[in-house]
Every structure is written in C-alpha cells, then in structure tokens.
Design a protein around this ligand. Structure first.
Ligand SMILES: Cc1ncc(COP(=O)(O)O)c(CNc2cccc(C(=O)O)c2)c1O
Length: 444
C-alpha cells in the first residue's frame, strides 16, 4: 500500500510506544492514518486532506464533529466540578441527566446506571440480570444467552455473551453462555429496512435453549436490536416481538444492547421505540455524549431497581460501579449532546435522510463482488464476495482506497459498513455512493 500519510511529526519511538486497539499495528505503523482535526462532517488528516466521515467516527459522533456547545459545557464543568466521588457521594448533574434519559426511554426503563463505555455497560447489564434473580429468591436463574455474531464489547462478560469467534478464542475460557443463531438469511438478501422472512422462526430457536437448560435456570437474553459490528444484520419482521413474548412467557430478562442503535441511529431515540419492542434492560454508550467524552448508561425497569432495594439501608444494594461512573464532565457532555439532538431535531432528520441513504446504497447492487446490501435508519452495509483465501481483504482494500479518496468507512469481515453523522446532507450521501461505486469498480 503506497504511503498515504506522513508520520505527522511522530518519531518511530513514539509510533512504537502506542499499542493500538483492534488494529493491524504493523500495517498501521508502516503507513499511519492520522487525523489531526475534525469539524462538522469532516476529518483533517495529518497531511492536510479533508476526509468525509461516513462512519460517525466509530458509530458515536452522531451530531458531527467539533460541536462547540459540547466543548463549552465540558470546559465549564471542568472548572466548576472536575471530579466527584461516585460511591456514597454524588453531584446534582448526574441526577438531572438520569431523569432526562429516563424521560427519553420507552415504558418504565427509568433507572439509569452510569458507566464509561459500551463494554462496561454490557457487563453491568449482565451482572444486574444475575443479581436480580438472586434478589428475587431464584439464585438458580444464572444462565445467559447471547447471539452468534453479536458484539457486546471486550470485557469477559461481553466476549462471553458476544458471538464473534475472533474476539473470544484468544482469551481462554469465557463464561458458559448459549447463543441464538444470527438473523442473516439468504432469502432476505438486498432487503430494504427490516427483512420480511424468518423472524418468528429465528426467534423460536430460543425454545431449543430453554428446552436444553430449563427456563428456571435462565437469567437473560442479550442481543443488539440490529447487529452493528457484524455488519448491520437486521432483525426480520416479527423477530423481536416473538423474542419478547418468549422472554415474558418463561420469565427471562430481555436485554437490548443499544450502544450503536441508541440515540437516533434508527430514526428514533432508541431501537426499542423504532421497532416497538421494549426490553427489561438497555445498554447505551457512544452517541450518549457524541463520542466527545467516554460514557455509558444502563437503563433498567423500575421493578428491577426496586427488587434490589431491600436489606439494611446502609449496605450498597448492588456491589458494582466504576470510579468514573456518572463522571461530571461526561454528564456535561451528555447533557449538551442531548440538547443538540433536541434543538436540531436530529432524530427526525435521520428519518428524513434514511430513504436517501437506502437509495444510495442499493444503487450499488450492480457493482462487482456485491452479494448483499442492508440498511436501517442511517446505517447500512454492503457485503462483498470474499476474495478466495483472503477473507476480509477485499473489503479492507475498498475502505482504504475510499479513505485515499477522502471518505471514511469501516470494514467488518467482508462487509463495508456505512453510518454517517446525522448532520450529513443528501449531496454528501451521493458522494458516499459515487466514491464506493468508483472504488468497487477498481478494487479486484
Ligand atoms: C453493540 C455494542 N455493544 C458494546 C460495544 C462496546 O463499546 P465500547 O467500545 O465503548 O466498549 C460496542 C462497540 N462497537 C464498536 C466499537 C468499535 C468499532 C465497531 C465497528 O462496528 O467497527 C463497533 C457495540 O457496538
């Protein structure tokens, strides 16, 4: 790959020192891809190129970059209250934020546990689910169920409940978790929005796991409303509804991981609202603070919270939490972010732009190697035929060539994912399609 960027004034020792996450470190350090600025829809690279952000950073900068409202709120907060102890003490802003989030959430998902990432949110949700049944006097209900191709971050709970082999196999025994099959079906290829086929049947596969273990031993099912990291794998119509019914019938908590789908990606505040199915626990991160300050939040039904409120009142009801839970600066960033979503009506904007992204992506159906196209809200995926013996390399080359042409996208396996900030305009959506068409015709 020809050199794309200079080393941006970094010495080789400095490049060596940083062990980068989920990155081919040797490939990157041979040709670093460095951003030095970001504003609106664009990144600026170390050698001064403008790159259109087609992926909201990593699914998180929903309101675009360089939002001064967030920067000002963070600066003010740092001066006023930089840090408050999170255990046994607190600060008013976290309570105001929790109430605001509760008011945004569907149904009675009105108790908010703060953390600092989607991974922490996932493990928090799993621990709440297990501890809940213990508090209910049913300690045998501990089994957790995930889904193939699911991504719930990288802590041991998340990789256990997750279903991406590459994220698990290097780390030894995980938690003993069962997995539902993923919902990518050949008969649904090139669907626009939620696919038509197989929803109820795929959800009914939960019955096999219930039969195997007994519902009395099962604590929770955790899934993404649509699987983002796996390449925007959508729930066929009826799938989530049937899953909800079965969880009700067998007294199994349903957990939605909305780290990607939450805060507008589907055109509603949460996928739970967009798809009309409410979970018992919901995890969020990313868009909650527009990616500006790390933050996660776990939403739990009031009944779940109340179940913990028993025993001596001086004892913490849930032995869990983080030094930076409800961090004042993260709370300030989140409040400013929610203001932007509200004032600029960005969730409604997603609804109005979704058809444009749908048309743009599905217009690529005739491009070389394209074997599926999927879309929902302002998220989409173009799945490519893998190059023989070189899984994921074709998609990688498409993304790197797109980057060279001034467009940031993401590859996962042999799928190219598209998830632009909500401030994108229709001309920029067209640019994404034009760039992808040209690159797909060039990359073998
Ligand atoms: C559904 C879900 N749950 C948990 C996490 C973990 O969040 P943290 O990274 O903040 O711990 C995620 C994160 N998802 C994520 C992160 C980075 C890249 C990509 C990609 O799709 O390429 C996806 C996610 O998508």
């Amino acid at each position: 790959m020809a050199e794309i960027d200079s080393f941006a004034g970094l010495s080789p020792d400095e490049l060596d020192a940083h062990w980068m996450p989920f990155t081919g470190n040797r490939q990157f350090k041979a040709n670093p891809r460095l951003f030095v600025r970001a504003e609106g829809m664009h990144y600026t690279t170390a050698d001064g190129r403008q790159v259109l952000d087609g992926f909201s950073g990593l699914w998180c900068c929903n309101a675009g970059h360089g939002r001064k409202e967030i920067a000002d709120a963070v600066a003010r907060q740092l001066v006023e209250l930089d840090y408050s102890p999170a255990f046994q003490f607190g600060h008013p802003l976290s309570f105001k934020l929790a109430k605001r989030l509760a008011d945004m959430a569907p149904d009675d998902l009105n108790r908010i546990f703060f953390c600092n990432s989607g991974s922490e949110a996932a493990d928090t949700a799993l621990k709440i689910a297990r501890a809940y049944w213990r508090a209910k006097g049913r300690p045998e209900k501990i089994r957790l169920i995930g889904r193939a191709q699911g991504y719930h971050g990288v802590n041991f709970g998340g990789i256990s409940i997750g279903g991406m082999p590459g994220n698990r196999k290097h780390f030894g025994p995980a938690l003993d978790v069962d997995h539902l099959p993923h919902t990518l079906l050949p008969e649904n290829r090139f669907s626009r929005g939620l696919p038509a086929h197989g929803g109820e049947a795929m959800a009914a596969r939960l019955l096999d796991i219930i039969e195997l273990h007994g519902a009395e031993n099962i604590a929770a099912v955790m899934i993404e409303p649509f699987a983002g990291s796996a390449g925007v794998i959508l729930p066929p119509k009826g799938y989530l509804q049937r899953l909800r019914e079965l969880c009700n019938q067998y007294e199994i908590l349903l957990i939605f991981d909305e780290v990607i789908t939450g805060f507008g990606r589907t055109g509603a505040a949460f996928a739970a609202e967009a798809f009309g199915v409410v979970p018992d626990i919901m995890t969020t991160a990313k868009g909650i603070s527009n990616g500006a300050v790390p933050m996660g939040a776990v939403f739990a039904r009031e009944e779940i919270y109340n179940t913990f409120m028993q025993g001596p009142e001086h004892i913490p009801e849930l032995a869990h939490g983080y030094t930076y839970s409800a961090h004042p600066v993260a709370c300030a960033a989140a409040m400013a972010t929610l203001d932007i979503y509200e004032h600029e009506k960005l969730f409604a904007r997603v609804q109005s732009l979704a058809p444009h992204l749908e048309e743009a992506l599905h217009s690529l159906r005739d491009c070389p190697h394209v074997i599926d196209i999927r879309n929902c809200g302002l998220a989409g995926a173009i799945q490519l035929q893998p190059r023989a013996g070189e899984a994921s390399k074709r998609a990688m080359e498409v993304v790197l060539e797109s980057y060279r042409r001034g467009l940031l996208l993401r590859w996962t396996g042999d799928t190219i994912a598209v998830a632009p900030p909500f401030i994108i305009d229709t001309a920029q959506i067209e640019t994404i399609a034009k760039t992808l068409r040209a690159v797909l015709q060039k990359v073998d």
